[in-house]
Design a protein around this ligand. Structure first.
Ligand code: PLP
Length: 439
């Protein structure tokens, strides 16, 4: 008999540690659409890990690229030095980025990506001699990772309340979720584009546009339960930012790499931001990596402001453009192109939408929202026990149905790998339906 696993020492992130450790849910292998648990069960992955394994698990081409690179060169610094893969990975990323966004700053995850983008925004205005622009605007219910920059512009109370005042000079737009008007919308909601006007009418009027450096939003808010931008909303944000010289940052950590059927949500919505933050699907999550993709003019402002032979931007990480991450990113982007996975996601979106909306009318389902291969299913909360209904569905899906879903509050969020087959879409929603019917 094998020794029982000691679960005492690992302090788990964003987890109910005590609940988990009382009955651990352990994965030991993964391939394609499935995990294998420690008791040998196959679990259908309805969440692409954590919105990140877009090409499916343990893709042989990505695995082999990492293995080969590990054997060839483990690490090389990118401070005043370089290695070819760093430049190749940036070129590969630019090859699928919106035109004009063609300079890449690498980091190790989404949180670092957000903090990097915010720093670029603040420093950009300063190197241009417009250092008055020090204010950052985020959005309620936005998730931008866990760095102090990210929690400051983020709008999730639970992620902020224990950590003091964080960054000064930050304000927030309201989020556009309006179930009363838009419940069970298929794709983008009709109502609420005017919520973007409050950037100009409320926040810029209050703070004065000349003090605002950047607005950061997730084009589709993922982590707080799939909040979709109403039709025309992002276009309005873009035009207000343009009018006042404010940078617009899209946090595409979830929406990047095919989730909505295009490389980026920016393509899907035809709204080009000044910077895109990405991570997760960049390497298919096989090695941690994040990136900020930046408009060339922003990058060039740094290059022309600094004296020759001096550092232009005082920022970076030991593991910026780590060779293993670069090898994984190059292989992953190749896989997306070769297997046409973004197009595949677009092709499967309407089947996924129909399956999602088939849950309408089941017990406790108060809204279903979807776009591309992402959907949110909002359940009525149990009075006095917010989050517990959805968590119970999550546990039953895992233990009884062999399906991994994700929940946030009483919202189920689904984002399967882009390789999902139609019959697996049926299995995913059928399993949730089974559990809801038995509630
Ligand atoms: C939109 C968004 N931004 C940032 C992050 C943070 O990424 P990470 O957990 O890799 O730091 C996430 C993570 O889910 C995210 O969804």
């Amino acid at each position: 008999m094998s020794t029982p696993l000691n679960t005492e020492h690992f302090w788990m992130p964003f987890s109910a540690n005590r609940q988990f450790k009382s009955k651990p849910r352990l994965m030991v292998a993964a391939e394609g659409m499935h995990y294998t648990t420690d008791d040998g069960r196959k679990i259908l992955d309805g969440t692409a890990g954590l919105w990140c394994v877009n090409a499916g698990h343990s893709h042989p081409k990505i695995v082999s690229a990492i293995q080969q690179q590990a054997a060839k060169m483990d690490f090389a610094p990118t401070f005043q030095m370089g290695h070819p893969l760093a430049f190749e990975a940036a070129t590969a990323l630019v090859s699928i980025s919106p035109s004009g966004l063609n300079r890449v700053f690498f980091c190790n995850d989404g949180s670092e990506g957000v903090d990097t983008a915010l720093k670029i925004a603040l420093a950009y205005h300063r190197v241009r001699g417009d250092g008055m622009r020090h204010r950052l605007i985020g959005r309620e219910r936005g998730y931008h990772g866990v760095g102090f920059g990210g929690i400051s512009v983020g709008g999730i109370a639970g992620n902020r309340k224990h950590f003091g005042p964080a960054l000064p000079a930050v304000d927030h737009l309201r989020h556009p979720l309006n179930i009363a008007k838009n419940a069970f919308s298929r794709g983008l909601p009709e109502h609420g584009a005017e919520m973007a006007d409050e950037l100009e009418q409320r926040l810029l009027a209050l703070h004065d546009p000349s003090t605002v450096a950047a607005v950061i939003v997730e084009p589709l808010q993922g982590s707080t339960g799939v909040i979709l931008p109403p039709k025309g909303y992002l276009q309005k944000l873009r035009s207000i930012c343009d009018k006042y010289g404010i940078l617009l940052i899209f946090d595409e950590v979830i929406t990047g790499f095919g989730r909505l059927g295009n490389a980026f949500a920016a393509d899907h919505f035809d709204v080009v931001p000044d910077m895109i933050v990405c991570a997760k699907g960049l390497t298919n999550a096989a090695v941690p990596m994040g990136a900020v993709i930046v408009k060339q003019e922003i990058h060039d402002a740094f290059m022309s402001a600094a004296p020759e032979n001096t550092i232009e931007f005082f920022h970076g990480y030991t593991y910026t453009a780590h060779p293993l991450a670069c090898a994984a990113a190059i292989a992953t982007i190749d896989v997306y192109k070769e297997q046409k996975l973004f197009e595949r996601a677009a092709d499967h979106a309407s089947y996924f939408e129909d399956a999602a909306h088939s849950l309408k009318g089941l017990p406790f389902v108060k809204d279903v929202r979807n776009l591309g291969l992402v959907c949110g299913i909002e359940l009525e909360s149990i009075p006095g026990k917010p989050g517990s209904r959805a968590f119970d569905v999550f546990l039953k899906c895992f233990w009884e149905q062999g399906v991994l879903i994700r929940t946030t509050g009483d919202i189920i969020a689904l984002s399967p790998p882009l390789i999902i087959e139609k019959q697996q879409i049926d299995q995913l929603f059928g399993s949730i339906a089974n559990v809801l019917k038995a509630q």
